[in-house]
Ligand binder design. Structure first.
Ligand code: BMA
Length: 341
């Protein structure tokens, strides 16, 4: 039993897991020793899968996967797994319908997130809406996917819903951006009563003075509800003479007012170190998109994209990671405020 209660999370005795190596140093996040869990050319016509999200489903796991097709255009594929590690990938891209039942195919789709609210699964991704923007769809059965309204106008990326309503409304994190490889970006949260109309936009966190996240930050996995607040894993970007480096960090948001940051770890939790993170289509990227967690043990498994080429898996434990974030927390005035000006 962990001290930190993962309030909204299920018992997940089959969570993929390895214990922390005895000689592990630094932040309490450790990689799966057999990474990457999805390698190159994973399906017909798909060169790489990365930045992907998974959830428990039936007696195993289900994933929405960013598949970079051999024509270079990203799209979303589904994966099925018994153990959360070995994945069967469906050869056909996900086909969407609109709310009238008419087929809808995005021009491109990348960086999907997957969030279950009550009995419905929601997918968010970045796609074309006269510019890069957030797309949203829902499914009950992973057979029919209904595309919903675009929550926000362009340009915006890195959307992820909270796994339950807060104060009666759905909440979504997002990161307003530009049309290119955005050289700025903070995390915002927006509310909706119905997943159609969005408002009450609030600023959550800015890029910080710490160099690992000084260019831009963006939401990663869906926030995890705990008795200390919402545990959020997000990516932070640094600029070098060889381009951007993507690491990931952790913060804890107020449970009723998630635009208030209670704790924010000043150091990264994971940064590119392994060959599959340092070498690939885009070197030096770790990009978290989803977590699995087991309420009974506090075990957390984090799926992350590596070097825009592979899917990696790493682990942490609720008590350890929350203690670490709190012990290394630095918050600024604009983190702590409600985020409205
Ligand atoms: C971001 C997104 C991610 C990608 C990252 C690193 O802007 O496009 O999909 O992983 O860049 O290339």
């Amino acid at each position: 039993m962990s001290r930190i209660d993962l309030l909204g999370s299920p018992s997940l005795p089959n969570i993929p897991w390895q214990d922390k190596p005895k000689d592990h140093k630094g932040a309490p996040v450790w990689r799966y020793t057999e990474n990457p869990v999805i390698g190159r050319n994973p399906a017909p016509g798909v060169a790489r899968i990365f930045n992907s999200a998974a959830l428990p489903y039936k007696d195993g796991f289900i994933a929405v996967l960013r598949g970079e097709q051999t024509n270079g255009i990203p799209y979303i594929y589904m994966g099925h797994s018994k153990d959360g590690i070995h994945w069967d990938i469906e050869p056909e891209k996900i086909q969407f319908k609109d709310e009238n039942g008419e087929p809808f195919m995005p021009h491109y789709a990348y960086d999907p997130r997957l969030v279950k609210i009550d009995s419905t699964y929601y997918m968010m991704w970045c796609g074309d809406f006269y510019g890069a923007a957030i797309h949203l769809a829902k499914t009950e059965d992973f057979k029919t996917f209904t595309r919903l309204e675009n929550p926000f106008i362009p340009f915006n990326r890195n959307a992820v819903l909270f796994p339950r309503k807060v104060n009666g409304n759905y909440l979504m994190l997002s990161r307003p951006s530009d049309s290119g490889h955005t050289p700025f970006g903070d995390i915002f949260v927006s509310e909706s009563p119905d997943l159609c109309y969005w408002g009450k936009h609030r600023h959550v966190m800015a890029r910080s003075n710490e160099w690992w996240e000084s260019v831009k930050i963006g939401g990663g996995a869906a926030p995890i509800e705990t008795n200390e607040g919402w545990l959020m894993f997000y990516h932070g970007v640094s600029s070098t003479c060889n381009g951007f480096v993507y690491s990931f960090g952790g913060a804890i948001l107020d449970i009723d007012n998630p635009s208030k940051v209670l704790y924010r770890c000043e150091t990264f939790l994971l940064t590119p170190e392994e060959w599959y993170e340092e070498r690939g289509f885009v070197p030096n990227v770790v990009f978290p998109c989803a977590t699995l967690q087991d309420r009974d043990t506090g075990r957390i498994a984090i799926y992350y994209g590596a070097a825009d080429t592979y899917v990696g898996l790493c682990f942490t434990q609720a008590d350890e990671v929350v203690d670490y974030i709190k012990a290394h927390s630095v918050t600024r005035d604009d983190d702590k405020e409600i985020g409205r000006r």
